[in-house]
Design a protein around this ligand. Structure first.
Ligand code: G9O
Length: 226
């Protein structure tokens, strides 16, 4: 598990997408815009750079199941940090206050591993290091594909907090203003074997806005502590 991907010997993140989908104006097709995306192809084979987990303690709850507690419990090789440069450049139609203009905001993720298990995913959305939303989901029962089990959480609707957050962020006039709001916005995802509660992966997400012509980007780090 030394490659440039998020994963251990028990579970690997293969794909992750947060998106908005809306009906095209000209045709009957749905148009999808990806805010953030991790694709199945690792960018290189070289080991990931390590970030000291203590540097990001204050961006997440620390105690009571927060990042510091989780890291203390380990296993430490299951902890990762993803910096996303989110693409917010997609034009959305006029939306009435409190509505989504008929658009669907969702997140899909796909994992693989050697064991058939029930995969649970807890997501904590944090503002100024404090949890504002927590969501617990269970992946679809795994299916066997190409020599491993595949786990999917498909088209999970984004919570209202996140939808409103993205929509408000888009109204800010400049990237530096959006980035300064995003300095205090983080998400922590913990994946466990639901039966044994074994921690399989813990991924901390931090954000900036992508320069519009570059599209969504990301960089993956391993979290460590000496
Ligand atoms: C700049 C903001 C981009 C937002 C990206 C959202 C990433 C979504 C990560 C998963 C969150 C799951 C929790 C959830 O849906 N709560 O509703």
């Amino acid at each position: 598990w030394q490659g440039s991907y998020i994963g251990t010997e028990t579970l690997r993140l293969v794909e992750f997408t947060a998106f908005v989908e809306q009906q095209g104006e000209q045709d009957a097709c749905k148009q999808q815009h990806r805010f953030v995306h991790i694709d199945p192809t690792p960018t290189s084979d070289s080991p990931l750079e390590v970030v000291d987990v203590r540097q990001i303690y204050d961006k997440f709850p620390e105690r009571g199941g927060g990042l510091r507690d989780l890291y203390d419990q380990g296993p430490s090789h299951a902890f990762f940090l993803v910096k996303f440069w989110a693409d917010l450049s997609f034009p959305l139609p006029e939306e009435e206050p409190g509505g989504t203009g008929g658009a669907f905001y969702g997140v899909s993720s796909r994992y693989e591993g050697p064991r058939a298990l029930t995969l649970s995913c807890t997501s904590k959305v944090c503002s100024f290091g404090k949890q504002v939303v927590e969501k617990l989901e269970t992946a679809e029962p795994p299916h066997w594909e190409d020599g491993h089990f595949v786990f999917q959480l498909q088209r999970s609707p984004l919570c209202e907090y996140l939808i409103n957050f993205i929509r408000k962020l888009r109204t800010l006039p400049e990237k530096p203003m959006m980035d300064s709001v995003l300095e205090n916005f983080t998400i922590l995802q913990v994946l466990r074997d639901q039966e044994t509660e074994e921690l399989l992966l813990c991924v901390a997400f931090v954000f900036e806005v992508s320069a519009s012509e570059r599209g969504a980007q990301h960089h993956i780090y391993r979290l460590g502590r000496d």
